[in-house]
Write a protein that binds this ligand. Structure first.
Ligand code: ZN
Length: 186
């Protein structure tokens, strides 16, 4: 749970720090808006994948399940600027599956906090392994980091791709290849 008072105070200080007048008309409500916004974009704080991945259905088959192009927005912990893009999550069931929206919600939980993309990728994979217990999971995140595109090296449109493989995806390279083939279909 975020402390809205602290955020309001900090936002006011930030405005003063950049030489603004926090009391001018356009900025009067800004600390309040930032406090409410942070509550929303950091809604993943203190949560984990259990709440989404805990409800499972029993299935017979063990064919790959792929949920691709899950849009996400997160905040980089080095600059507190957004990075955003798509997540692709695949798993090989071990007698259990979850509703497809649950994978998207799991991505949302781990995006809803200060992140580095590599860690977020691993956290999603680990949560699926832990709570759904499939034979293996593969996660790919592709994202644009605004800390690289609107400042610093300024490379608009450049994307960072991270991957995490667990279980049979680690052991069986042909499974990883099939995953990437499926991703290239569109
Ligand atoms: Zn950054």
């Amino acid at each position: 749970m975020v402390d809205q008072n602290k955020i309001r105070e900090a936002a006011r200080l930030l405005l003063e720090g950049i030489g603004e007048d926090p009391d001018r008309e356009g900025l009067k409500e800004t600390p309040e808006r930032i406090a409410r916004m942070y509550e929303e974009i950091f809604a993943g704080m203190g949560r984990d994948g259990r709440e989404e991945l805990g409800k499972v259905f029993t299935v017979e088959n063990s064919e790959m399940v792929l949920e691709r192009d899950i849009t996400f927005y997160s905040m980089c912990e080095h600059h507190m600027l957004p990075f955003y893009g798509k997540a692709h999550v695949a798993y090989i069931p071990n007698g259990r599956v979850v509703g497809l929206s649950k994978l998207a919600r799991t991505v949302e939980i781990y995006a809803g906090r200060l992140q580095v993309q590599e860690r977020m990728t691993g956290q999603i994979a680990d949560a699926v392994m832990k709570y759904l217990a499939p034979r293996g999971v593969m996660v790919v995140l592709e994202a644009e980091h605004t800390c690289m595109t609107m400042r610093g090296v300024r490379k608009p449109g450049s994307r960072t791709v991270t991957t995490a493989a667990r279980g049979v995806f680690l052991e069986d390279e042909s499974l990883q290849n099939r995953f990437f083939q499926l991703l290239n279909l569109s």
